[in-house]
Write a protein that binds this ligand. Sequence first.
Ligand code: ADP
Length: 487
Amino acid sequence: MMLGKILVANRGEIAVRVMRACREMSIPCVAVYSEADRDALFVKYADEAFCIGPPPARASYLNIAKVIEVAKGCGAGAIHPGYGFLAENPEFARVCEKEGIKFIGPSSRVLALMGDKVAARREMRKAGVPVVPGADECITEFGPARDVAREIGYPVIIKPSGGGGGIGMTVVTREEELAGALKSSQAVATNTFGICDVYIEKYLPDPRHIEFQLLGDSKGNGIHLGERECSIQRRHQKLVEESPSPAVTASMRAEMGEIAAGAARFVGYEGAGTMEFLFSEGKFYFLEVNARVQVEHPVTEMVTGVDIVKEQIRIASGLPLGLRQEEVRMNGWALECRINAEDPLNEFAPSPGRIREYRPPGGPGVRVDDGVYVRYSIPPFYDPMISKVIVWGRDRMEAVSRMRRALYEYVILGIKNNLAFHRALMENPRFVKGELDTGFIERETGLLQETKRTMDEEAWLGKGWSSSSGDLKRIAAVSAVAALIRR
Ligand code: ADP
């Protein structure tokens, strides 16, 4: 039987995304929110909404007891954790299990296993997955660190075992730097993740980041929905994602997809998840499993037609997967740009604040997942993502052209954002050719100059324009003239 009422323990665009699935499935949805999110779109969208505390995440979105109390109080039988916050917290899943509330995601056992990256590496090796050469144990002392690094050869990368978001990762090119890097990585790990455990891997020079979308159900089925490429990153954080990957052939997809899906079956994986790989010199190396729905899941939805959030809800309801591996078809090409409230010209520093004008793009093949609206103030306490623009095309070039068109239509005024940066990226000849790797943005310094040029033009054109009028025609005219000048 399908789940009754779902509490969404998250905020922003992903909370709206999950509730959209609930609405289509006629399942009532409940929002929990912090005092900073009273006016947020997801709070308005929900059937019921409860304030759970002050702005800092620790006091609200990460407050397990409070979230559980609200779920019980309003009769929600299940909790969807979204991504981030409590999504991969085994303790939270355990409390849900104990309280008889269905956690929409893998079991606390699988979460604990995958959350410990070193344990996950060991487990995946057992399941026959190729892993990045490196230590199979956490490293605390300099001696063992030096031995591992000598064995695999420099450069190496030190990574927090409980980490995420690229935080605390340090690349070491020479033995003389190792001791200092080990200390600093351990310090960051302790401060950010509460545990000092770090491990060492071979640092692959400018690999591609390629990941497989997985689905597993409670009946032991496990399938993959093909790959996504997420090589366009800054500071090891993804900015643009696509599916399929320009580097993956049908036979590679079949082989790696089966290895990934086989590993999901091996660990008894229930729900949606992602197996991340680095791809270097024609070889795949396991990086980690993200045991949740990911920011970039829509590109997979666009090419496969599978609603991943609905599948999560079906699986959590005890139903078998909605499709078999041989029914998965990848059709066309999808691209996603993450639109953030940040300043590309100031090292992408977050730039929260009030949105004066807002007009998302539309038309054929365009999807916008957002959590904002005109005159909404983006609070400074959380991730500065405004939205995701996802486009579909019959092939990669059509998807790129569509993304250019969608970005051109998109109007966000009042806060700094990275629209101009994405526009520059979509014109970059190497990007257009699909020559991607994780060092791309750092190397293509011309992107920032191009971004600055666009931003200057638009600032000049916008001068004297009364933003409070809300006259969308004039906004469109401003961006149209800007586009003409650019030509
Ligand atoms: P996190 O969970 O913090 O995001 P990941 O292990 O997923 O960390 O790595 C994030 C990104 O860091 C990768 O996509 C890649 O760009 C870079 N990276 C991580 N490990 C390596 C490695 N061994 N060699 C080269 N780059 C790496």
